[in-house]
Design a protein around this ligand. Structure first.
Ligand SMILES: [Zn+2]
Length: 138
């Protein structure tokens, strides 16, 4: 019984994927290390810390109810309008006004990492309400 060319290619690809899986995992770990070790300076106390020691505050914005079924929900605010929390003074640094803004956004957004892999703590802030810690769970 001869396999079609497509089936053979699929099998070959699956074989390659299996071989590179551990390499992908190693690269992922290295990226996580590099991101976590990147030095970021607090805008308030001016102390420099590893990025992995910071917390992250995800901001949410509210859509008012409209009509019978529209609105009344919260949406994630984009990263540049969120905050990082200094591990030294615990002050929230507004990413938008941070001198390392572009770098911070790149570290969070473009490295293929989950936020839990980057930050020591994660918080959610709904409008003017006090941020609530969501990671690690208390
Ligand atoms: Zn600080």
């Amino acid at each position: 019984m001869s396999k079609s060319k497509e089936e053979m290619l699929k099998a070959e690809l699956a074989e390659i994927e299996k071989k590179i899986a551990p390499i992908r995992a190693s690269i992922h770990q290295l990226v996580a290390l590099r991101v976590g070790r990147t030095i970021v300076q607090c805008s308030l106390c001016r102390k420099r810390s590893r990025f992995g020691r910071f917390g992250f505050v995800q901001d949410y914005w509210y859509t008012q109810p409209s009509g019978c079924s529209g609105g009344d929900y919260w949406s994630r605010t984009e990263i540049k309008l969120c905050y990082i929390v200094c591990p030294e003074c615990s002050v929230m640094n507004y990413i938008y006004q941070h001198p390392q803004r572009e770098q911070i956004i790149d570290l969070i957004q473009n490295q293929g990492l989950e936020r839990k892999e980057i930050f020591s703590t994660i918080w959610e802030k709904h409008g003017d309400k006090k941020p609530e810690q969501v990671y690690p769970t208390l």
